[in-house]
Design a protein around this ligand. Structure first.
Ligand code: GAR
Length: 197
């Protein structure tokens, strides 16, 4: 029996594509649902092109009511019965109640070397701090934002002429290598942090 993976997205879904493409052949997992909080997320079309079931739960009608949005998300996820959730550019803060339902079974990728730069604008913040290296982290999701046990990190040297955009592009390339590698190890029961390159 394959491990069933649901992927949560909000945007273009390039990490989702990298994950989905990795889950083929003798890989022990398969994508069973790509779920977005935005009906117009570009990643939904990409998932359909990969023959993965897709759906969305639009967060906007819920306003500030995060708990009700998370209940709707949970109901849709339950239909797909995933074993694991991979957040891949999912830009909603999840309630503690939702996160606790998935303790130890929900992964996230974040574009910084955590614990540095939780939250947004990570690339600009790394440049402003004069960091010599930057990167990305895959971690288990816990109720605290961008926290939780680290499953893998990939480092990217910062170059003199980097802008937030050029740095983001190089980090994203590493995200596409790191996330599938960490997922594969995690499904095989390996939780010791992976370091790339
Ligand atoms: C990625 O860089 C991901 O690390 C980041 O959003 C981007 C999504 O790109 N996630 C976060 O900032 C979460 N806090 P994608 O939609 O092309 O995968």
């Amino acid at each position: 029996m394959s491990t069933r993976v649901a992927i949560l997205i909000s945007g273009g879904g390039s990490n989702m594509v990298a994950l989905a493409r990795s889950m083929t052949g003798d890989h022990p997992a398969r994508p069973v649902l790509v779920l977005s909080n935005r009906p117009d997320a570009g990643g939904l079309d990409k998932a359909r092109a990969l023959d993965i079931p897709t759906d969305f739960v639009d967060h906007r009608p819920f306003g500030q009511d995060r708990a009700s949005f998370d209940d709707a998300l949970q109901a849709r996820l339950a239909e797909a019965a995933p074993d694991l959730i991979c957040c891949a550019g999912f830009m909603r803060i999840l309630t503690a109640g939702f996160v606790e339902t998935w303790t130890g079974r929900m992964l996230n990728i974040h574009p910084s070397l955590l614990p540095k730069y939780r939250g947004l604008n990570t690339h600009a913040r790394a440049l402003a701090a004069g960091d010599a290296e930057h990167g990305c982290t895959v971690h288990l999701v816990t109720p605290e934002l961008d926290d939780g046990p680290i499953l893998g990190q990939a480092r990217v040297p910062v170059q003199d002429r980097d802008t937030a955009e050029t740095l983001a592009a190089r980090v994203l390339e590493m995200e596409h290598r790191l996330y599938p590698a960490v997922l594969r190890r995690f499904v095989d029961g390996e939780t010791a942090p992976l370091c790339l390159p």
